[in-house]
Every structure is written in structure tokens, then in C-alpha cells.
Write a protein that binds this ligand. Structure first.
Ligand SMILES: [Zn+2]
Length: 423
């Protein structure tokens, strides 16, 4: 064996030791939340921070390019999203129930024969709970989550959270991120809080068609991914808590999202309205009742960063959370898992999803050194190696992991050979 061959083998094994083929991985630690055959891996597969992927700086014109300014046009959705939806429908994963109507401040109404409390529809607005959705926190825990940002009232909330070393989940509206990128970055990059999905334009989601639901969720996920170094959101909260089996299934089966509702609502979102449903005093009375009450079901309180008054409602109630011994956790923390589908939180490593034409298996932290199997897809599933490149939808620059691995091998050889020569 020549010296160069030995170096090549060493370099190759060094690379593949970090990309061992064990697709049955689970987070934590450098894994995706879902199995590797979930459609979300093909839809949002750009890579890890530091992997030479080029993300436009948040707030620049390039960053905002391509995103709809308002309600997404269903005729111009990325084809990969539509294909994934159609595949899920064809596989029987998306319940075929009609859209609801008449939801303006009222519970949604379904056509005759579709009971919103039935297992077929199971409307969360009607308080029907679908197993697997998050409504409650563990005993003794109050979940810290805020809806509707980023908005001008948000920074005072972020400062308060930072001052108290608290960590929260922000269910953001896509168009608000476009409008307030600096405030977004304070939540993500300064506070390192968890970023989650609250749709693109905040509609009653059960009134929307499958394609409309696709656009509302997909664009928000895409923008959050582009703005957080590649992190794919894991949680979403339907505006007004309006979800049913159909909408929930699209979120889960196409985008891998977990639906988060709440178990207490102060109606703080009305505080800034001309005719609020509650006064600030009434909000505090409710908060006091819950925070001084039994802890055997934890609290997920619906709260908003929508107005100065709604932010103040949280800040005023916060001392009671502390003095009564409540553990304050983000949604991901109370769910005892990662905040993103491919990253533990807003500072940890992002795990790239190597699907499509890559012939290299997903990376793991396993010490098992193995050689690369040839001719198989990254998912190990037949037929997936020819999956369309979802990255085409945004035109973002990216590099395949195969090319990165090859670059690493070459760099290693050059470095090692240089060392040998110099020695
Ligand atoms: Zn909302």
C-alpha cells in the first residue's frame, strides 16, 4: 500500500466516521426530530450553520425576495410542497372534510353531517382534543409562549425576559417577520428564544383549502428557516386556536409540525381593542387565580406580544409565577424535546438533511466507522434518491454533502501530504 493510498483511506474513514448510516436516529444530539423518510426533509433540506450554505442577511432585500407580501397565491406555491401534499392526500393521511365557515369571532361552522366534536372533524375551537396535540403543561410548569409577533411592543417583552433569564417560545406571523426583521433577530439571535409558526397572514385555518393551508404554513417555515441559519420549526399554533383533523394533518404530514393550543386564555389580545373583552385588572384576576391554584395540571396560557397592554399583562403576572414556585419553560422545554426539527435550540448545531440525490447517509454522533453504501439514497428508501430538489424553489445557494465530504477528503490529503513533505 502506497503512502498516498494509506492517507486516502485514512481521510475517507475519517470523513465517513462522522456520517455513519444510521437513519433510525432521534434527537437529541445532532439529529432530526422525524424519521428520515418524512416529506419535510425533502422540502427544507438546506444544511447546518457553517456548512458553506449562504443565507441572505435578515432584513436585506435579497432575504425578502420571493416571499408573498400578503395572502399566498395558491397558484404559485413551490411545486415540491404541492407534490408532498398530493402524496399525503393520496396516501390517505389528510382527512377529506369540508372547510368551515362563519368563524368571525364565532366558533367555526361545518356543513350538516360534520359534527365539530366528532373524531372525524375534532375542531380545537370547539375544544376537541386530538391526541398528540399540546394543550397542557406538566404539573408545576407554566409554559412561556407569545403569539402574533414580532411587533413594536415585542422588544420590551424581550428585555424583560432577558433580564429575568427566561426562555420563551414565540409563535411568529410570517408577514410580521418580513416587516420587523430587527425585532425578529432580537428574539432569535439576542435572546436565543425558540421560534415557532403562527402562519403567514393569521387566518382561521379551518376556513382555508388544503392549498391555502399549505401556503400559510410553508412560507412561514421557509422564512424562519432562512432567518435562523437553517432551523426548521417544529411547533405551530393555529390563529384563534382554529384547527381540525384536516388542517392538523397537513401541518404534521407535510411539514412535520406539532400543533400547540393552550389550556387557559386571558383574552389579553383584546386589551388594545376599542371595546376590550376584559380589563387589565380582570386579566390579572384570572392570572392570579391560575397561578395561586393547583399545579397538578400545568399551565399553557395564551399570551400575546400584540400590544403594550398584553405585554404588560404578562410582566405584571410574572412575579406570581416565581413566588408560587412555578417552573417557567418554553414549549419545547415543557415537551422535553428540541425546539426545531433539526436543531436542539437557537444556539445548538443544525443537522443537515441529506436527501435527494446525495448518496451519503445522515450524520450521527455514533462512533461506528463505516464505509458508504453505494447506490442508495440518503433515506435508505427506494425511489427517494430521485426526489426533486426543493431548494430550487428559493434559488438559495447550497452545496451537497457529498461535495463537502469530497472537499474535506481533499483538504485532509493536502494537509497531510503537506505535513509529510515538510517533515
Ligand atoms: Zn394570533
Amino acid at each position: 500500500m502506497s503512502c498516498l493510498t494509506a492517507v486516502l483511506l485514512l481521510a475517507t474513514s475519517a470523513v465517513y466516521a462522522t456520517v455513519a448510516p444510521t437513519p433510525e436516529v432521534t434527537l437529541p444530539l445532532n439529529k432530526w426530530y422525524h424519521e428520515y423518510d418524512h416529506p419535510v426533509h425533502a422540502l427544507f433540506k438546506r444544511g447546518a450553520v457553517g456548512d458553506a450554505v449562504s443565507y441572505s442577511a435578515v432584513g436585506t432585500p435579497e432575504w425578502a425576495t420571493g416571499f408573498p407580501p400578503g395572502v399566498p397565491d395558491t397558484a404559485s406555491l413551490p411545486q415540491a410542497w404541492v407534490d408532498a401534499l398530493n402524496a399525503a392526500v393520496k396516501a390517505g393521511k389528510i382527512p377529506d372534510i369540508p372547510v368551515s365557515t362563519g368563524s368571525n369571532g364565532m366558533n367555526p361552522v361545518y356543513p350538516t353531517g360534520y359534527d365539530p366534536m366528532s373524531p372525524t372533524v375534532c375542531s380545537s375551537t370547539w375544544k376537541c382534543v386530538i391526541p398528540g396535540d399540546l394543550w397542557d403543561a406538566p404539573a408545576g410548569v407554566v409554559g412561556l409562549s407569545f403569539d402574533d409577533g414580532p411587533l413594536p411592543p415585542s422588544p420590551q417583552l424581550y428585555q424583560f425576559l432577558a433580564n429575568n433569564s427566561e426562555h420563551a417560545t414565540h409563535f411568529f406571523i410570517g408577514t410580521n417577520i418580513l416587516e420587523y426583521p430587527d425585532i425578529f433577530m432580537t428574539a432569535f439571535a439576542t435572546n436565543h428564544d425558540d421560534i415557532a409558526v403562527h402562519t403567514w397572514t393569521h387566518p382561521y385555518m379551518t376556513t382555508k383549502t388544503n392549498l391555502e393551508v399549505l401556503g400559510e404554513l410553508g412560507w412561514t417555515m421557509e422564512l424562519i428557516q432562512n432567518s435562523t441559519g437553517g432551523r426548521v420549526p417544529k411547533y405551530w399554533r393555529p390563529p384563534y386556536g382554529d384547527c381540525d383533523t384536516r388542517v392538523r394533518a397537513i401541518a404534521k404530514e407535510v411539514f412535520g409540525l406539532i400543533t400547540v393550543i393552550w389550556n387557559q386564555d386571558t383574552s389579553d389580545w383584546t386589551l388594545s381593542e376599542p371595546y376590550p373583552a376584559v380589563s387589565p385588572e380582570e386579566v390579572q384576576q384570572q392570572m392570579t387565580k391560575w397561578l395561586t391554584g393547583p399545579k397538578d395540571t400545568g399551565l399553557i396560557i395564551l399570551e400575546h406580544e400584540l400590544s403594550d397592554k398584553s405585554v404588560k399583562a404578562f410582566m405584571d403576572a410574572y412575579p406570581l409565577m416565581v413566588s408560587n414556585g412555578w417552573k417557567r419553560l418554553s414549549v419545547a422545554q415543557l415537551d422535553a424535546g428540541p425546539a426545531y426539527q433539526n436543531s436542539w435550540n437557537s444556539t445548538s448545531q443544525v443537522n443537515p438533511a441529506m436527501v435527494g440525490n446525495s448518496t451519503i447517509q445522515p450524520p450521527t454522533l455514533s462512533n461506528t466507522s463505516t464505509t458508504k453504501p453505494s447506490g442508495t439514497s440518503a433515506t435508505g428508501k427506494p425511489g427517494s434518491s430521485g426526489a426533486p430538489d426543493a431548494n430550487q424553489k428559493s434559488g438559495a445557494t447550497h452545496f451537497s454533502v457529498a461535495s463537502l465530504a469530497l472537499t474535506g477528503i481533499i483538504a485532509f490529503i493536502v494537509a497531510t501530504a503537506g505535513g509529510i513533505i515538510m517533515a
